[in-house]
Design a protein around this ligand. Structure first.
Ligand code: NAP
Ligand code: MG
Length: 403
């Protein structure tokens, strides 16, 4: 059998710990035998980020801007412990934050749903996709401790150096302060990408915030979504039989929990961070959650939603058996292959992505599963496979699918 040729490369961003091990198995055992894989490789292993003073992360993001499609392995976000563990020169920023800052856009997290996996929330039958704005708010905020007796004013100075002052708080005792901001252009891009994604997936779109409390702030988000819907998307949505609605975030959470799913849920940066983990746990496991960052210029970065699976990595180093779920990593790769194939008019590549996804789901549905989903699987004759076994079984089912 000849391997599928690729026209343009995928930007491959390697990572850390156990995620890096799964990454290589997926590539070498599941993809390379069938695809003449063309990638532009960036090694974001924490030691290589340290050796390059994190330049490699910036280069990887720039490469996605150039080639349009990337796939990323989970990476360690450094902290004091990690600095000691890896003897790092610095505590570098989260690679995902660096990449998001360069690409901008929205991160969409989508669960992989299987016939034989019971959702933790039993009425969730269809995917709930959390669309997270990836700019500003808490992630670009200033937080500080304030001493008793301090008065806080907001001073705005325009380009002509004219000042306006707004008294804000008088600290009669010690306290804390938080300032955050966002930019209109980024909110427009966020809203645009949510409308486009909902249309691609043919799903209703819900945006939720708390405009009753942060009036100028959240009302800006709300009115930008409304403006785009009324001036641009309402008719296209109607043709697809889908709708847009706004809801206060507390109502939205209740609505989502009682729903059967089948919705794109747009959230601001912080709420998106929280709700995507809630939705992942509500469906099943982090091992069954995919994530894609879509930039306003239409660049795509696919990844698994989970981290480097540090605990299994240490077990593996001690020579113990592990049972890591490779599904989200497989789907990150198939997402990138499918998008690359679609952009390049390469039907064979698109079909291979679907074949690998179908084979993975078939394998799990037939009862060969990993420990994380054992308790929630309804497959008959289910058995726990090691990390190595599950990859080999998927590979052999993939071979069989060609016969
Ligand atoms: P994690 O790697 O997602 O793991 C958290 C727990 O989830 C694991 O201990 C494991 O639970 C379970 N889990 C996650 N993925 C799994 C899989 N594929 N199969 C089976 N179980 C899975 O998060 P973390 O331990 O908080 O973070 C570890 C490192 O990852 C940190 O350095 C963090 O900075 C980094 N991180 C990176 C990204 C990213 O690059 N996108 C995202 C998040 C975290 P049990 O084994 O306990 O059941
Ligand atoms: Mg999070």
């Amino acid at each position: 059998m000849s391997r599928i040729k690729m026209k343009n490369p995928i930007v491959e961003i390697d990572g850390d710990e156990f995620a890096r091990i799964i990454w290589n198995w997926v590539k070498d055992i599941l993809i390379m035998p069938h695809v003449d894989l063309k990638t532009e490789y960036y090694d974001l292993h924490i030691k290589n980020r340290d050796n390059t003073n994190d330049q490699v992360t910036i280069d990887a993001a720039d490469a996605i801007k150039k080639h349009g499609v990337g796939v990323k392995c989970a990476t360690i976000t450094a902290n004091l412990d990690r600095q000691k563990e890896y003897n790092l020169k610095d505590i570098y920023k989260s690679p995902n934050a660096t990449i998001r800052k360069i690409l901008g856009g929205t991160s969409f997290r989508k669960p992989i749903i299987l016939e034989t996996i019971k959702s933790t929330v039993p009425n969730w039958k269809k995917p709930i996709i959390v669309a997270r704005h990836t700019f500003g708010d808490l992630y670009a905020s200033l937080s500080m401790e304030i001493e008793a007796g301090t008065k806080v004013e907001i001073v705005l100075r325009d380009e002509q150096n004219r000042e306006s002052r707004t008294p804000f708080a008088h600290f009669e005792e010690d306290g804390i302060l938080l300032c955050q901001y966002n930019l209109e252009n980024s909110i427009y891009n966020f809203a645009e990408s949510c409308f486009k994604y909902a249309m691609e997936e043919k799903l209703d779109l819900l945006f939720s915030a708390k405009d009753t409390v942060t009036k100028a702030y959240d009302t800006k988000f709300k009115s930008i979504f409304e403006e785009l819907y009324e001036t641009k998307y309402r008719e296209m949505f109607a043709e697809l039989g889908i709708k847009y609605q706004y809801s206060l975030i507390d109502n939205a959470i209740a609505k989502i929990l009682r729903s059967e799913g089948g919705i794109v849920w747009a959230c601001k940066n912080y709420e998106g961070d929280l709700m995507s983990d809630m939705v992942a746990a509500g469906f099943s496991s982090l091992g069954l959650m995919t994530s894609v960052l879509i930039s306003p210029e239409g660049m795509y970065e696919f990844e698994a939603a989970h981290g480097t699976i540090q605990d299994l990595y240490y077990k593996h180093l001690k020579g113990e058996k592990t049972s890591a779920n490779p599904t989200a990593t497989i789907f990150a790769w198939t997402g990138a292959l499918r998008k690359r194939g679609a952009l390049d008019g390469n039907d064979d590549l698109v079909m291979f992505a679907k074949r690998l996804e179908d084979t993975t789901l078939l394998t799990l549905n037939s009862g060969f599963i990993t420990e994380d989903i054992f308790n929630i699987s309804t497959a008959s004759n289910k058995r726990i496979c090691t990390s190595e076994e599950i990859i080999d079984i998927i590979a052999s089912n993939l071979e069989k699918s060609y016969k």
